[in-house]
Design a protein around this ligand. Structure first.
Ligand code: PLP
Length: 401
């Protein structure tokens, strides 16, 4: 039989999806499973954006410019200027979700063996993108105790080698919900300039910041024109995960030219996705206000509920819609599987993502889970009750032992 490639063999499988067969089995048995494991929001996509699909009268669905419709890119440049992020339309590329953008950015900036520093815990797919580029993720531990703030810059400096090419931050963060401050971004700036590094700023959750806090973009930090590469997406902004439209923005012409070679090889970003994305630009501010209010309600419900369960703790996230919770258990993968396979409370259970998959350092996150508050508060309360009862019944509960 012909061989599978080395890259194919080391390409990681999704640690979040490992438990899917167990949740499917529970559902086949008629058990209600509350999904706190994935970031698929139930928020409605703006209706006026979806309307363009129904109204489409074209006769041929053509390829478009590899960087996206020029009219869309011009409209996006205007939209970002309104958010205080200035660039010209030739400095934004439309990609197949932020995911494709991240892949092309790593392919454009990293050689096999090069290193990229990422504070852990981090979005697990970064491992996959790095594997595709042959790059190595070097983790820097952020700590639960201080809500997963930026680790001290001295820790970054300890990990910098001649192979370090980039720092990647997700802001606000998936999986921790941490929102980096302007001061923290300025610390990253100094580091990037000192060691001549790219800063890949994944800001796909930038619209979800709470408690009056504002998002500060890496693109707003001056003096980093050659270093900063911004990743953004329509997926979470307008609850349009399925239209597959994201963006890469950078002022570094060499990076843009290189990205373009990858983009040209895949010809065109999605046509209908761009139509929906373009119409979405007109979404009124009231939509975002409502969505944010809903997420704040959900966040408060989940975090306050978690912190009331004996032995459970979670910091209060300031952004995105995830949190890392610490549970009174030794191994969250075993516990999450037990919840799906064995435990039932009034014929219901909860699916959570074991947090170890979000860390690169072996052993970290074993007593933690990542939870997404993408379901309504009534269901969240039921899920919390299930978790509380599950922990009470779990033979491996270490609380007060
Ligand atoms: C941190 C982060 N970055 C990037 C993405 C990619 O999103 P998309 O490809 O849908 O734009 C996601 C999706 O969940 C994410 O959580």
């Amino acid at each position: 039989m012909p061989n599978i490639s080395r890259t194919g063999k080391i390409m990681p499988a999704s640690p979040i999806r490992k438990l899917v067969p167990f949740s499917e089995k529970a559902k086949q048995e008629g058990v209600k499973v509350y999904h706190l494991n994935i970031g698929q929001p139930d928020i409605h996509t703006p209706e006026h954006a979806l309307a363009v699909l129904k109204e489409y009268k074209g006769k041929v669905v053509e390829y478009c410019h590899s960087a996206g419709f020029e009219s869309y890119r011009r409209a996006l440049a205007k939209q970002y200027a309104g958010m205080g992020i200035n660039f010209n339309y030739k400095q934004i590329m439309v990609t197949f979700g932020g995911s494709e953008g991240l892949i092309y950015v790593l392919m454009s900036t990293m050689d096999p063996g090069d290193e990229i520093i990422i504070p852990e815990p981090y979005y697990t797919n970064y491992n996959s993108y790095a594997t595709m580029a042959g790059a190595k993720v070097v983790p820097i531990q952020s700590s639960f105790e201080d809500g997963f703030a930026l680790p001290p810059i001295s820790e970054f400096e300890k990990k910098i080698t001649s192979k370090t090419r980039a720092i990647l931050i997700s802001n606000p963060n998936n999986p921790t919900g941490y929102l980096y401050s302007k001061e923290e971004l300025l610390q990253i700036k100094d580091l990037a300039l000192k060691y001549d590094l790219y800063i890949i700023a994944d800001e796909v959750y930038r619209d979800f910041c709470y408690d009056g806090s504002t998002h500060y973009s890496m693109m707003q930090i001056e003096g980093l024109e050659q270093n900063t590469i911004l990743i953004d997406s329509t997926s979470k902004r307008y609850s349009e995960c399925g239209i597959r439209v994201g963006f890469v923005i950078t002022k570094n012409q060499e990076v843009l030219d290189t990205l373009m070679k990858f983009a040209q090889a895949r010809l065109s970003p999605p046509y209908f996705g761009q139509l929906v994305g373009m119409a979405s630009i007109d979404t009124p501010e009231s939509y975002f206000q409502e969505v944010r209010e809903e997420y704040v309600k959900r966040r408060n419900c989940l975090i306050n509920g978690l912190n009331k369960i004996p032995g459970v703790s979670s910091p209060m996230p300031k952004g995105a819609f995830y949190t890392i919770a610490r549970l009174p258990i030794d191994d969250s993968e075993i516990f999450c599987r037990w919840m799906l396979e064995t435990f039932r409370y009034e014929n219901q259970t909860v699916m959570m993502a074991p947090a170890a998959g979000f860390y690169a350092t072996p052993g970290l996150g074993k007593n933690e889970v990542r939870l997404a508050y993408v379901i309504n508060t009534d269901d969240l309360k039921k899920a919390l009750k299930c978790l509380e009862e599950g922990l009470k019944a779990y033979p491996g509960n270490t609380y007060n032992k």
